[in-house]
Write a protein that binds this ligand. Structure first.
Ligand code: DGJ
Length: 720
C-alpha cells in the first residue's frame, strides 16, 4: 500500500485497488480513476471539447467536462457541487485550486466526530490535499486514507474561512465521486419504524436521484449507506462501491447522471436547513465517508465493511468480543412490572443459562407509561422496592449481569426537569411544539444540558453494578430552534445537536469502559456507523417477528457485521405482526446477531424453557463464529420464500449454514444451497457425512423443506 505523487498524479493504492487524482495544468483536482489496481502512468484525463461549455482558457477547458474531486458551485461546472459558501460580501462562486499536499502514515482522528481508526500506523496512509480560492478567501483540505489490507478509502473535508469577516457554509459534502459514462445500478436500505433496512434496487437514470434524512437522526427510513455498482452485479460478480457515512444526523446521498452519462455520487450532511457560520479563521469538518471497493460483487464488499467496522470503528473492550446472552423485560412486561415479576423472569433466565438481565423503560421518575418522566433520571425506589444497586445485586446473585435502559436525549413535558427547565426542550418560541410519543427533544447544543445528562448518568452508573446500557432515542426532531444559538446560526442546530450527542457519548463511554453499550432509536432509527463508534451494537428493529427480521437482517448485513446487530427471541403471537412462528425459527433468526430473549420467561412452560436452554447452549457454542466469521448471503428473502446465509471462520475450518423458509408449498422445489467461502480442496464434516469443499460449493446441500411453515435449521461444518 502506498500513496505516490508522480507526474502531477496522486495515486492511492494497495494490492488490489487504485484511486487516482490528477492535478490539471490549471491546478484543478480531477478524478482520474477508482477501481481495481492499475498503473497511474498508463492513463490520463480524457480531453473533451464542447462548444457550449463555459471556459476561461479558450474553448477547450471547462470543469463541466471533467471528473472532479470536490466540485465547486457556480463557476464552470453545472452539476451538483460538493460544497456551497456565501461570503459576507455575497460572493458565492468559488473555484478551488490545488496548493499543496502532504502524505502521512496512519490515519489522524477527526476531532469531535466518529471515524474509522488504525491501531498501527503501518495499516494505512493518508494524503491531505490543500486547495483554496484566494479571491473568496477560503481553503479546503481534502483527506483521503487508503488501507493496506482492506479495499477501503476514507474521505472527509475541512473548509476554512481564511480571510473574510464571516462566511456562511450552505452545503458541505464529505465526498464527491465522478464515475465515467456507463450503466449503473444502486441499492439503498429503505424502511420505516419496525421495517428497517429493506433492500431497494434501482437503475441509475438521467438526472438527480438519491435519498436522505431530514429527521435529525439517520433515521428508520433511509440508512446512511449506498451501494453503487455496474449494472447486473450480484453477490459474486461486478464492480461494487459501498459508501457509508459515519454520521448519525441528517444525511443525503445523491446521484446525478448528466448529459455525457457520467455519474456524480455524493454523500454528506443534508443541506436541508443547514447553514453554518464560519468567522474568520474558523473551520468546518465534514463527517467521514467510508468507501469500500469490490471487484467481485456484494459479498466481498460486505465482508470488507464487516471487518473494518468490527475491528476499526467499534472501540473498547467489547468491540470484537462475544456478547453475553441477554433477557430484556420490555416485551415481557412493558411498563407494568414489579420487583417480584422481574426476579421471577431473572430466575427463569438464570436457569436456562442466560447471562445478562436488562431492565428496560419504566424504572425512573414516576414513569408507568410513556406520558412522563423522561429527564428525571432518578430511580423509582417505590416501584423497584429498593434501589437499583439492590436490584443489580439480586441479579448478580442469580449469576446474571445487570443492564439498564436510558433515553437521555429526551424530556417529557410532564417531568420535574421540564418544570424547572422548559428552555432545555427544543421548540420554537410562541409555537405549541409537536409531541411525538408525548415527548420533546433535549437541546444537546447546550453545554448545561449535556452536563446535566452526564452528571445523572454518571451518578446512576457509578452507584449500582450496571454492566450494560441500552441508549434509546424515540422521536424525530420537529420545531427545530435553539435559544442557545443566535438567529443567524439556527441553521447550525442539527449538526451541533449531533456534535453535542457525540461529546456526551464520548465522555460516558470512556468513563465506563467496561460497560457494554447498545444503541437504539425506536429500534433501527439510528443504526449507523457514527453510533457504532461509541456503542458496538445497535438494536436492529422494534420488530422482533422472525419473518420480518429475515428482511431486516438481510438488508443490514450489506454493511453491518452480525456482532453489531441486537436480535431477540420474543413471544408469539408476535407483538408487532400478530404472526406465530415456531420457537426454533425465532431462535435461528435471532442467532444471526448479538442474541437475546425479550419476553416473560416466567410465564412459559417447562417444554419451552427446556428448548430455550438448548438454544442458549447452542448459541454459546457458535457465538464466536457469529461475531467474527466471514458472512455470505446464500438465498435472498426479498426474491424467494427461502432465506439462507452462512458464517465461516477466517481459516475456513468451521462454518455455520442458516436456512429458513417463510412458508411451505405443496409440490415445492428442492432447495439447493451452494455454499460459499469454503476451502475447495478440503473436506468437511456435515450432518455426520464427509464432503469436499468443491462439492459443497458447486453441487451444494439439499434442504428438505417439506416440514412446515417457518421451518429453519442451522447446520455446522467442520474441516476434517
Ligand atoms: C423503543 C425501543 O426500541 C424498545 O426496545 C423499548 O426500549 C422502548 N423504546 C421503551 O420505551
Amino acid at each position: 500500500m502506498a500513496i505516490e505523487f508522480k507526474n502531477n498524479k496522486i495515486h492511492l493504492y494497495n494490492d488490489s485497488m487504485s484511486y487516482i487524482i490528477e492535478i490539471s495544468k490549471q491546478n484543478d483536482l480531477l478524478s482520474l480513476y477508482y477501481g481495481a489496481r492499475i498503473e497511474a502512468d498508463d492513463i490520463e484525463c480524457p480531453k473533451r471539447i464542447h462548444g457550449a461549455a463555459c471556459c476561461q482558457d479558450g474553448n477547450d477547458y471547462s470543469l463541466s467536462l471533467f471528473a472532479q474531486e470536490y466540485p465547486s458551485a457556480g463557476a464552470s461546472d453545472f452539476r451538483s457541487p460538493a460544497y456551497e459558501i456565501e461570503t459576507d460580501k455575497g460572493l458565492h462562486t468559488p473555484e478551488l485550486k490545488y496548493k499543496s499536499h502532504k502524505i502521512i502514515k496512519g490515519k489522524p482522528p477527526i476531532k469531535g466526530l466518529p471515524s474509522v481508526y488504525t491501531e498501527n500506523e503501518s495499516e494505512a496512509q493518508t494524503v491531505i490535499v490543500t486547495t483554496a480560492d484566494d479571491v473568496h478567501g477560503i481553503e479546503v483540505k481534502l483527506y483521503y486514507t487508503v488501507f493496506e489490507k482492506l479495499n477501503v478509502i476514507c474521505r472527509h473535508s475541512e473548509i476554512t474561512n481564511v480571510s473574510n469577516p464571516y462566511i456562511y457554509l450552505n452545503n458541505a459534502q464529505s465526498v464527491s465521486l465522478d464515475f465515467p459514462a456507463g450503466e449503473y445500478e444502486y441499492i439503498h436500505l429503505e424502511g420505516a419504524w419496525a421495517r428497517e433496512k429493506h433492500i431497494d434496487r434501482n437503475t441509475v437514470h438521467k438526472g438527480i436521484q438519491g435519498f436522505e434524512s431530514r429527521r435529525g437522526a439517520s433515521g428508520h427510513v433511509e440508512n446512511p449507506f449506498l451501494m453503487f455498482f455496474d449494472k447486473g452485479s450480484n453477490e459474486d460478480y461486478g464492480n461494487v462501491y459501498g459508501i457509508s457515512l459515519v454520521y448519525s444526523g441528517n444525511h443525503r446521498f445523491l446521484m446525478e447522471q448528466e448529459m455525457y452519462e457520467t455519474v456524480r455520487v455524493q454523500t454528506g450532511i443534508n443541506p436541508f436547513n443547514f447553514r453554518f457560520k464560519l468567522n474568520k479563521g474558523e473551520s468546518f469538518v465534514t463527517p467521514e465517508a467510508v468507501m469500500v471497493y469490490s471487484s467481485n460483487g456484494f459479498a466481498n464488499m460486505s465482508n470488507t465493511f464487516h471487518k473494518l467496522y468490527r475491528t476499526r470503528l467499534c472501540r473498547g473492550k467489547w468491540c470484537d468480543k462475544a456478547r453475553p446472552i441477554l433477557i430484556n423485560n420490555w416485551e415481557g412486561t412493558y411498563f407494568n412490572f414489579t420487583k417480584e415479576k422481574l426476579l421471577e423472569i431473572a430466575d427463569a433466565a438464570s436457569k436456562i443459562g442466560i447471562e445478562l438481565f436488562v431492565l428496560d423503560d419504566g424504572w425512573f421518575g414516576k414513569r408507568n407509561n410513556d406520558n412522563s418522566s423522561l429527564g428525571d433520571w432518578y430511580e423509582n425506589k417505590e416501584k423497584l422496592e429498593g434501589t437499583l444497586a439492590e436490584l443489580a445485586e439480586e441479579m448478580n446473585k442469580r449469576d446474571l449481569k445487570f443492564g439498564l435502559w436510558f433515553e437521555p436525549e429526551m424530556i417529557s413535558p410532564d417531568s420535574d426537569l421540564f418544570r424547572v427547565h422548559p428552555e432545555w426542550a427544543v421548540s420554537v418560541p410562541n409555537v405549541k411544539p409537536h409531541l411525538s410519543r408525548n415527548q420533546l427533544v433535549l437541546d444537546y447544543t447546550r453545554a448545561d444540558v449535556r452536563e446535566y445528562i452526564i452528571e445523572r448518568l454518571t451518578d446512576i452508573l457509578s452507584n449500582a453494578n450496571i454492566e450494560y446500557v441500552k441508549w434509546d432515542m424515540n422521536r424525530n426532531m420537529s420545531d427545530v430552534y435553539s435559544l442557545n444559538l443566535p438567529s443567524d446560526c439556527q441553521g447550525e442546530f442539527y449538526h451541533r445537536y449531533i456534535l453535542g450527542l457525540y461529546e456526551v457519548l464520548e465522555k460516558i463511554t470512556s468513563a465506563f469502559p467496561d460497560i457494554l453499550f447498545e444503541g437504539c432509536a425506536g429500534g433501527g432509527g439510528r443504526n449507523d456507523p457514527g453510533m457504532l463508534y461509541y456503542m458496538p451494537q445497535n438494536w436492529a428493529s422494534d420488530d422482533t417477528d422472525a419473518v420480518e427480521r429475515l428482511y431486516i437482517q438481510y438488508g443490514g448485513s450489506m454493511v453491518y457485521p452480525a456482532s453489531t446487530v441486537g436480535a431477540h427471541v420474543s413471544a408469539v403471537p408476535n407483538h408487532q405482526t400478530g404472526r406465530t412462528t415456531p420457537l426454533s425459527m425465532r431462535g435461528t433468526v435471532a442467532m444471526n446477531g448479538a442474541f437475546g430473549y425479550e419476553l416473560d420467561l416466567s410465564s412459559l412452560g417447562d417444554y419451552e424453557l427446556a428448548e430455550m436452554k438448548k438454544q442458549v447452549e447452542f448459541y454459546k457454542s457458535i457465538r464466536e463464529l457469529v461475531m467474527t466469521g466471514d458472512y455470505y448471503r446464500l438465498l435472498n428473502p426479498f426474491t424467494s420464500r427461502h432465506s439462507a446465509w452462512m458464517y465461516i471462520s477466517e481459516d475456513r475450518s468451521k462454518a455455520l449454514v442458516y436456512y429458513a423458509v417463510k412458508e411451505v408449498r405443496p409440490a415445492n422445489e428442492t432447495a439447493f444451497l451452494k455454499l460459499k467461502g469454503l476451502d475447495e480442496n478440503a473436506e468437511y464434516k456435515i450432518n455426520g457425512e464427509i464432503k469436499s469443499g468443491k462439492t459443497l460449493m458447486n453441487y451444494g446441500i439439499v434442504i428438505d423443506i417439506n416440514e412446515s411453515d417457518c421451518y429453519s435449521t442451522i447446520i455446522r461444518l467442520e474441516r476434517v
